[in-house]
Design a protein around this ligand. Structure first.
Ligand code: G6P
Length: 365
């Protein structure tokens, strides 16, 4: 099927805006009245002791987020690797290890090679893909399609949030199988998940505020992204998106690592984007922000209303997101990360859908 821009200026803008509907499609594929439902032969998380995840680019960052979910919610140890490192490192695969590969295209050469390395070593090989006919899907014991629809923009957006949605559902399934989830907690999370497309829609309303902030970001030479816990992988995704399409140098750091290096870079010319909903780690992040501001750094804080109330007026700008339970914040906060990159690139006049030197799918090494 031919896909057009449907009235949007760029495929990336269209794909960002499609997220409420594709997340909803993804949820309907895996979530029934009674809870998480996976296709046959299904997955039983009591039969494995650990999970090893490999992927590239944005899919790798979905995997890094999943590590936090699987470990915190399901108590399942997870290793996450960049596929090009994993495939050559000769990592031992202990018994009762499941191997999971994440890929939008299902054709990334390094991810496919990592999968083939695990074929005869792992107990089972799973994949999370957007293209069900792809090589990675075909060579897996079980492929879970993300139902994002065709993605054209080179910088992945809707595939990322759909990957996250499937991975969170898997982590919930793991928690259930392993007896780690009380029925109340499970119901709270499922209710918020079912409401997520609507929440995402509301968050799309922040587009104009984000575009204003992006005009200032577009003047910077270097930008730092900070996040803690579930926001740490997302800080990487924000920096990656921004580099890819605006060509501004951006780096992500775990907030707690600020004083071990990047604080040396801070001055009034380096904007610092802090992704920090008012979660269990928020107070710690506030003190990191204060360290930045004490050195003249301009903080752009992406948070919720509770976070905005605490952070006060010292920050340069606040982008306020709707409230969601902490566990869902990576999916929702992907949106401002994407929109910041998109509008910064627009302000700079770069080619958003076809950034220089990048390919949508990297099928050679
Ligand atoms: C390229 C694309 C990225 C993508 C990565 C992995 O670098 O530009 O957007 O995240 O490949 O691709 P995959 O198809 O395996 O998810």
């Amino acid at each position: 099927a031919r896909v057009d821009k449907g009235g949007y200026k760029h495929f990336m803008a269209k794909e960002i805006a499609e997220q409420p509907s594709v997340i909803s499609a993804c949820l309907s594929a895996y979530l029934t009245e009674s809870g998480v439902a996976l296709p046959d032969p299904g997955i039983d998380f009591t039969t494995i002791d650990r999970l090893t995840i490999s992927a590239c680019g944005t899919a790798y960052l979905a995997g890094l987020t999943a590590k936090y979910w699987f470990e915190q919610v399901a108590g399942l140890p997870v290793d996450v690797d960049i596929a090009s490192e994993f495939r050559y490192r000769e990592p031992p695969i202990p018994p009762k290890t499941a191997a999971l590969f994440i890929s939008q295209s299902g054709e990334t050469a390094d991810t496919l090679a990592a999968l083939r390395y695990c074929r005869d070593k792992a107990s089972v090989v799973w994949s999370v893909v957007n293209v069900p006919e792809s090589s990675i899907a075909r060579e897996s014991d079980l492929a879970l399609p993300i139902h994002a629809g065709i993605e054209i923009g080179v910088a992945s957006t809707k595939a990322f949030t759909c990957q996250l949605t499937v991975l969170l559902l898997l982590a919930l399934k793991a928690a259930e199988d392993r007896g780690r989830l009380t029925p109340e907690r499970r119901d709270d999370i499922l209710t918020a998940l079912r409401a997520l497309p609507g929440t995402f829609n509301a968050a799309l309303g922040r587009d104009e505020v984000i575009a204003q902030a992006a005009r200032r970001l577009s003047e910077a030479r270097d930008i730092l992204f900070l996040g803690r816990g579930l926001m740490y992988p997302l800080a990487h995704e924000g920096a990656l998106k921004l580099k890819e399409i605006s060509y501004i140098h951006a780096e992500a750091y775990a907030s707690g690592e600020l004083k071990h290096g990047p604080i040396a870079l801070i001055d009034k010319n380096v904007p610092v984007v802090v992704l920090a909903p008012k979660d269990s780690l928020f107070e710690k992040t506030v003190s990191n922000m204060q360290e930045v501001m004490a050195r003249g750094g301009q903080v752009l804080l992406v948070t919720d209303s509770a976070g905005a109330a605490i952070a006060g007026n010292d920050v340069w700008k606040v982008i306020q997101m709707p409230e969601v339970p902490e566990i869902l914040t990576p999916i929702l906060y992907a949106l401002p990360a994407q929109l910041l990159a998109y509008h910064t690139a627009i302000a700079k006049g770069t080619d958003v859908d076809q950034p220089r030197n990048l390919a949508k799918s990297v099928t050679v090494e």
